[in-house]
Design a binder for this molecule. Structure first.
Ligand code: GDP
Length: 444
């Protein structure tokens, strides 16, 4: 859905090379692409407009951080605004009401209401020790009540016994009554859906609401829904008054467009997301993760954030110069190892880069892990200044003392020295071609 946004942004961002502050022209060019891509991805026009307005307001004149490219700065602003529009912080289902707390699930047929009802019931039973009762109010689709009963059996959650011929409102009342008598903390009402929104459905939802006074009314919506997402959310909210959204099928190809539209037009929080057909396929909603997904830029944003926090441009420049001249001693290695630790270690850095997960596993298998960095730093700090500048000074007896001092052994010291030699040679070779720039820059 949003692949095109990623591509478009990628190409224009490369074009932004100025320094200092972001100019109106830079921002406008970027926003034109953002706008077009969002519209093509079926995000509602009103949502797109308000989104781009907000980004423009924040971006024009914004100072470009030292050591960050203007394009990256725009990505960051677009990203932050996406997070903001998606609700900034996650919001949980509110159970703060006298028992039994009624949760009413609404939405179109096939959106995942029944599945999600059972998932929520299971989670509250297992994680919060709640006693939950589920009831299907879908009298129109013959198999619906039976479907919920079976899910109840599977998840070990009680379901209201089925009585043929009752109306949805009757069932809702009976469920609340049964929960009171049975000492249930929570009642989940799984209402009937339609293939599209119609008047009788809205009337039925309003009647059920009146009869059961739900504390939460959750609109369950398929995240693959396109243009209709806005109408759907608006209609349910206007007519029934929803308290939150649950987006299903987030495990599919949907890239979060529906999330953006629905959250923006209703202002209601997305409380949970469905991530699979199985009963444990339910997760809390993290706006930041969805924004990353919509933007589709790996985790460039957090990489930029972390880099901004930790990388000192002057230091990097000095290091680059040193490397080019072929001088890279153990002091420099210790500096680099320290930088890497600050950025969350090997795992932190690799995890931020798309497609690097596998490499991380391979490195771990080879014993290259963060613990090793810690040991290497300990070894280097046990050396004298002269030894760090010229590792050839280290004779066997010194290595043994350093090993004792750093809680390692001579073999590990030799391994470190070998690694350093390899790196120094490599950097010298790179420096000769004028490509020096430090490990960190290489990783960027
Ligand atoms: P309802 O008509 O709204 O009650 O929808 P159902 O709960 O019967 O779900 C319709 C279909 O969507 C079923 O086959 C579910 O297994 C599937 N489904 C529901 N939620 C998810 C989800 O988060 N991910 C995936 N992949 N499938 C889901």
């Amino acid at each position: 859905m949003f692949e095109s946004l990623q591509e478009r942004l990628g190409s224009i961002l490369n074009g932004l090379t100025g320094r200092g502050a972001l100019s109106e022209a830079d921002v406008s060019a970027a926003l034109r692409e953002v706008r077009r891509a969002l519209l093509e991805a079926d995000v509602a026009l009103e949502v797109v407009r308000s989104f781009t307005d907000k980004v423009r307001e924040k971006a024009v004149g914004a100072a470009v951080l030292k050591s960050i490219k203007p394009g990256q700065m725009v990505v960051k602003i677009v990203h932050d605004e996406l997070v903001e529009m998606l609700g900034a912080e996650g919001v949980a289902i509110d159970l703060n009401a006298p028992a039994p707390v009624v949760i009413m699930m609404v939405g179109l047929q096939g959106s995942g209401k029944t599945t999600t009802s059972a998932k929520i019931a299971k989670r509250m039973t297992e994680r919060q020790g709640k006693k939950v009762l589920m009831a299907s109010l879908d009298t129109r689709r013959p198999a619906a009540q039976e479907q919920l009963r079976q899910l109840g059996e599977q998840t070990k959650v009680a379901t209201l016994p089925i009585i043929a011929g009752q109306t949805p409102v009757d069932i809702a009342k009976r469920a609340v009554q049964a929960a009171k008598l049975g000492g249930h903390d929570i009642v989940i009402l799984d209402t009937a859906g339609r293939t599209h929104i119609d008047e009788p459905l809205m009337v039925e939802m309003a009647d059920i609401k009146k009869a059961s006074t739900p504390h939460e009314i959750l609109l369950v919506a398929d995240s693959l829904t396109g243009q209709d997402a806005v109408n759907l959310a608006k209609n349910f909210d206007d007519r029934v008054g929803i308290t939150g959204l649950v987006l299903t099928r987030m495990d599919g190809d949907g890239r979060g467009g529906a999330a953006l539209s629905m959250r923006a037009v209703t202002g209601k929080p997305i409380k949970l997301i469905g991530t699979g057909e199985k009963m444990d396929g339910l997760e809390e909603f993290h706006p930041k993760r969805i924004a990353d997904r919509i933007l589709g830029m790996g985790d460039i944003v957090s990489l930029v954030e972390k880099a901004a926090e930790t990388i000192d441009a002057e230091k990097a420049a000095a290091m680059a110069k040193k490397m080019q001249s072929g001088k890279f001693d153990l002091n420099d290695l210790a500096d680099q190892l320290g930088q890497m630790q600050k950025m969350g270690g090997m795992g932190g850095i690799m995890g931020l880069m798309p497609g690097m997960g596998k490499m991380k596993d391979q490195m771990a298998a080879a014993g290259l892990d963060d613990k090793m960095f810690g040991r290497q730093l300990a070894i280097i700090s046990s050396m004298t200044k002269a030894e760090r500048a010229n590792p050839d000074l280290l004779k066997h007896s010194r290595k043994k003392r350093i090993a004792a001092g750093s809680g390692t052994d001579a073999a590990e010291i030799n391994k470190l020295l070998k690694m350093h030699r390899g790196m120094a040679d490599m950097m010298k070779a790179m420096g000769g071609k004028g490509k020096g720039g430090g490990m960190m820059r290489g990783l960027m």
